[in-house]
Design a protein around this ligand. Structure first.
Ligand SMILES: Nc1ncnc2c1ncn2[C@@H]1O[C@H](COP(=O)(O)OP(=O)(O)OP(=O)(O)O)[C@@H](O)[C@H]1O
Length: 568
């Protein structure tokens, strides 16, 4: 790619202080920031050993940026640019120095699945207080606590802050519009010693519910007096189309009467996913002969993403199976897999195992969705009490019927299984035992566990289990092995950029780009959940982000029987 430089972009490359870059989707913010890092390196502004640090939220964004960088930047320059997620960067520091802030000799990550369990039912200040308590007393670090702890560490240990500033004299903060108050404090702290380049697009703010705030740009201007740049409507991603014009019109509803090139609105009939699959197959057909291409299916909810993914890969509805990939929050599958791992481990006492299964079921109930409702919390409480009964009273603790007795039967059946030492087939045997249970809750676990492949670490988990078997002739510590692989997965610096067809939620698509984007809503899983106020603003921003991911064309699908009112 030959870099096209406007006068403004040239001026940016020559700055020596803090910089704020605003600009629409695809206006080239990421690209110019990387070019700036190279210019600073060449001009000796990074010092003898300093690097430019590029911080982003999503791992796939990082992957795309890295790939882009590799294609356009020399290897000596590239070695002086470090690309990471905000979380990955903070964790690198906290895992080695976090213990200095708490009473424990070391710190451990509180995985999102565990966090959902241990923080269930808590909101706002109460949730934060509990996270703090888990850190202070147990050395457990929740993701939400990362920025706060990093600020504390750098404030108390100036020498550490100095060392990191020496290593990273230039820090580029991407997707600045979506930073919350704690993340902003972290950026503020980093900016006391390093030069900052903040990149953001107010129109792409889609994390209000996690504390993103429209005033963030003013905060930055006031705190750092950066040189401001605005690349406004420059469009490098979908040049030659009207995609950006259309996406901007989604924000205020002011659509023009003429059609928008590159944009199709498809009001589909019926309630099934068939029209979506047909649209996907048509898109694939258009790109079949290109060596590399990407099509994204973007949907409003996690559940719809999983349903669409299964539908794309299945063929029982008469359309050919297509090998799509998926990108969703994997908490449900991870918790389900933890339960299978537990059943794979050697246990002498069946009652102890049954109690652990009941507790794992409780964790699954509260942790598989983003925020557990009161029914799930009550049910989990009941399961935990049942686990206590079984532990205390053995056989007499199961009661006459209900989940505990089905768990007892499950444990009995699993103990009959002769494990082979081949992790994949043993895993499937245990999963089948769950699927065969008459109890819906246990069948649900089996269904969720099928989606463990959503995690990039399947092969690694298998390798670790195989090693455990070789060493012990049993899957000792299977849960630990699974957890270790999940931790690595959380911070895997570069997942590959997407090729072929990928299904994901709109939120997951932030910062990415694809040749073609199909945005789809079901009859019940809607883009817009309620008219007016914040809900409507956020639905408009989501659709804006979704549409602007496309390089060549975007198809927006909505049910004919009740079309989305935000579309023209
Ligand atoms: N100056 C430029 N010259 C040529 N191509 C460019 C230039 N800037 C960006 N591009 C291309 O345009 C596309 C979008 O650029 P980039 O990802 O930097 O935009 P962005 O503003 O960061 O987008 P978003 O906010 O949507 O993440 C990329 O494919 C990139 O290679």
């Amino acid at each position: 790619m030959a870099l096209v430089l406007t006068d403004d972009k040239r001026r940016l490359l020559a700055t020596t202080g803090h910089v704020l870059v605003r600009g629409g989707a695809g206006s080239g913010k990421t690209t110019i920031a990387l070019a700036k890092a190279c210019v600073d390196f060449d001009a000796g502004r990074l010092g003898a050993a300093g690097k430019a640090l590029f911080l982003s939220f999503a791992r796939a964004t990082v992957a795309r940026v890295a790939e882009q960088a590799t294609a356009t930047i020399g290897s000596d320059q590239l070695s002086r640019i470090e690309i990471s997620t905000y979380h990955g960067f903070a964790w690198t520091i906290l895992k080695s120095h976090g213990y200095l802030l708490c009473a424990k000799p070391g710190v451990r990550l509180l995985l999102p699945t565990q966090a959902r369990d241990r923080l269930a039912g808590l909101d706002g200040a109460a949730r934060f207080a509990r996270q703090r308590q888990l850190f202070d007393e147990e050395g457990l670090v929740a993701f939400d606590l990362f920025p706060t702890l990093l600020v504390e560490l750098f404030t108390r240990l100036e020498v550490l802050a100095e060392a990191y500033a020496f290593a990273y004299p230039l820090i580029i903060v991407d997707e600045f519009q979506d930073t919350n108050a704690e993340e902003w404090k972290m950026i503020f702290t980093l900016g006391q010693r390093s030069r900052l380049i903040a990149l953001g697009d107010p129109k792409q703010r889609i994390y209000d519910f996690k504390g993103a705030d429209p005033r963030r740009f003013d905060d930055f201007l006031a705190a750092f007096q950066p040189e401001p740049f605005d690349f406004g409507g420059e469009n490098n991603r979908s040049a030659g189309t009207d995609i950006i014009r259309f996406a901007d019109a989604i924000l205020d509803g002011a659509f023009r009467p003429e059609p928008y090139s590159g944009v199709t609105i498809d009001r589909y009939r019926g309630q099934s996913l068939r029209p979506l699959k047909q649209a996907m197959l048509q898109a694939v057909n258009r790109y079949r002969r290109s060596p590399e291409w990407s099509v994204a299916i973007l949907v409003p909810t996690n559940a719809l993403a999983i349903a669409a993914f299964d539908y794309m890969r299945g063929s029982d509805h008469g359309l050919p199976a297509y090998p799509a990939e998926i990108l969703v929050a994997a908490e449900g599958p991870i918790l389900a897999s933890a339960l299978i791992a537990l059943l794979l481990e050697p246990h002498n006492d069946p009652h102890q195992l049954a109690a652990l299964v009941l507790e794992a079921l409780a964790s699954f109930e509260v942790g598989r969705t983003e925020a557990a409702g009161s029914t799930a919390l009550t049910k989990a409480g009941r399961l935990r009490r049942a686990a206590g009964q079984v532990r205390q009273r053995g056989d007499a603790g199961y009661g006459a019927r209900g989940i505990p007795t089905d768990v007892r039967d499950l444990v009995g059946n699993v103990r009959q299984i002769v494990l082979t030492g081949d992790p994949m087939s043993d895993w499937r045997l245990v999963r089948a035992a769950l699927a065969d249970s008459p109890r819906e809750e246990l069948q649900h676990v089996a269904r969720e566990a099928r989606h463990l492949r959503l995690l990039q670490r399947g092969a690694q988990i298998e390798g670790r289990l195989a090693e455990a078997w070789r060493a012990n002739g049993a899957y000792r510590d299977a849960r630990e092995h699974l957890a270790a692989a999940v931790v690595e997965d959380q911070f895997a610096a570069t997942t590959r950029p997407h090729r072929g067809v990928t299904v994901m939620t709109i939120h997951k698509s932030k910062g990415k780009e694809f040749d073609e984007v199909i945005v789809f809503e079901g009859v019940y899983q809607r883009y817009l959940s309620a008219r007016g106020g914040d809900r409507e603003r956020s639905a408009r921003s989501n659709l804006h982000v979704a549409a602007t991911r496309a390089k060549r064309s975007v198809v927006l699908m909505t049910p004919l029987q009740d079309p989305c009112s935000l579309l023209p």
